[in-house]
Ligand binder design. Structure first.
Ligand code: AP5
Length: 209
């Protein structure tokens, strides 16, 4: 099955992707993670991406689409995959249509009033990418999944988060209509716990098997 996870920054795409990937054995392809890895390794793509991600803006479509096309051509995607954070513009969605058949778009819908706190309180494992929120960590600084160190993403500050939310509204939210018209969207409310959200997603995925 080929799946897209759609939702505003902080909606819980990465959180659900990790659960879906574990339960359904699908490779989790996050363009945000690919850019962060490139930034860490100071590759040419990383140097370019940094100037956009630091400001909460989107990396240009042609760069992003090329990366995704290459990633989807790899062996581990032959039996399905889950895209997290791609597509993010209509142009990216149209480019994806040319190279992939998407079975389901899971749109996680969360009240905007919750997102600033979720993102500014997020801590991420530097080894496996698992996301946590400080309010649930009880002072823990290591990842419960792999023991890696937790850190705060550079773009998880109030100013950059606001810019990411503005970009989402202007450029990514129109994809909800785009995929609704194609009849492949599944809308799930993301205001409840990660476990509740996953249960609803799993019911949908199991019904599609
Ligand atoms: P990316 O890394 O994709 O960031 P994002 O879309 O802003 O999404 P986040 O990772 O911030 O949020 P999430 O929805 O995964 O939430 P999470 O599960 O972590 O992109 C970063 C940058 O890369 C972009 O700004 C852009 O510059 C660039 N980029 C990436 N893709 C691109 C593309 N296609 N085109 C161009 N540029 C691109 O959860 C957040 C927090 O909430 C955590 O603390 C978590 O513990 C908590 N939480 C999650 N679910 C729940 C819940 N149900 N209840 C309570 N708390 C919850």
């Amino acid at each position: 099955m080929n799946i897209i996870l759609l939702g505003a920054p902080g909606a819980g795409k990465g959180t659900q992707a990790s659960k879906i990937s574990d339960a359904y054995n699908l490779p989790h392809i996050s363009t945000g993670d690919i850019f962060r890895e490139n930034i860490k390794n100071q590759t040419p793509i990383g140097l370019l991406a940094k100037s956009y991600t630091d400001k909460g803006q989107l990396v240009p479509d042609e760069v992003t689409c090329k990366i995704v096309e290459e990633r989807l051509s790899r062996e581990d995607c032959k039996n399905g995959y889950m895209l997290d954070g791609f597509p993010r513009t209509i142009a990216q969605a149209e480019a994806l249509d040319k190279i992939a058949n998407i079975d389901l778009v899971i749109n996680i819908d969360v009240d905007f009033s919750l997102l600033l706190d979720r993102l500014c309180g997020r801590r991420v494992c530097k080894d496996c990418g698992e996301s946590y929120h400080v309010s649930r960590l009880n002072g823990e600084t290591k990842c419960a999944r792999c023991g890696g160190e937790l850190y705060q993403r550079k773009d998880d500050n109030p100013e950059t988060v606001q810019s990411r939310l503005d970009v989402y509204k202007a450029q990514t939210a129109p994809l909800i209509d785009y995929y609704t018209k194609k009849g492949i969207i599944f809308n799930v409310v993301g205001n409840t716990t990660p476990e509740d959200v996953f249960q609803k997603v799993a019911e949908k995925l199991d019904a599609m098997k």
